[in-house]
Design a protein around this ligand. Sequence first.
Ligand SMILES: *Cc1c(COP(=O)(O)O)cnc(C)c1O
Length: 253
Amino acid sequence: MKNYKLLTPGPLTTTDTVKKEMMFDHCTWDDDYKQITQEIRRDLLELAHVSEEEYTAVLMQGSGTFGVESVLTSVIGENEELLICANGAYGERMADIASHAGIKYQIYNEHYNKVPNAQKIAEILDGDPAITHVSMVRSETTSGILNDIEAVGKVVKERERVFIVDAMSSFGGVDIPVADWGIDFIVSSANKCIQGVPGFSFIIARRDLLEASAGKARSLSLDLYDQWKTMEVDGKWRFTSPTHVVFYIRPDV
Ligand SMILES: *Cc1c(COP(=O)(O)O)cnc(C)c1O
């Protein structure tokens, strides 16, 4: 991995050297900026232990919640249904997103001090063929509990459902072999373990499933497929991007 300029998450404080980086003008259309976007996308795939043939990374304006909302509202179609496995506030937020967007969903709630049980999830899926997608938080930041996405990914894949993971406070902090664990979409943001300043989230997605989501999005600005299509051309973001935030976490060249 290349070295990134490190900041504290939040951020609570930033160093003078990082602040000085902000004294330059950058634009969504600049060639070097577009190139940096592409480098970050490639580096994220490396961090996720996935190949560029099978997976792709998409950067999305907004905080982490925007990234989660982008995935849920872009990849779950009208006739599909989501099972949310929740054991804390961020799991519950996914239910909030789904209900606002009119996405069909069920919630399997666990106590805050218990991880969602893979066997229980297998039983729910076996009993309900209407469920097409399963979502879960890796590290439930509110309690600090680390959920077993490996075990859950296994039962979800065995049953050929799509697995979505919110890895906001874990990606880049704890290792996540995304492909090996059967994760189809994983979301994190610039300002948690990656330690950038707030301003964008990112999604690592299985290419075939992202392709299959064309036209499903319920939101214009959070349309994951459209964002990817535009970014894939040459690294330009679809709408104005948080340029200085992106420069902050650029690979040190
Ligand atoms: C921080 C966090 C979010 C929300 O991110 P925001 O940047 O506050 O929108 C979602 N899920 C988890 C697990 C988080 O830690």
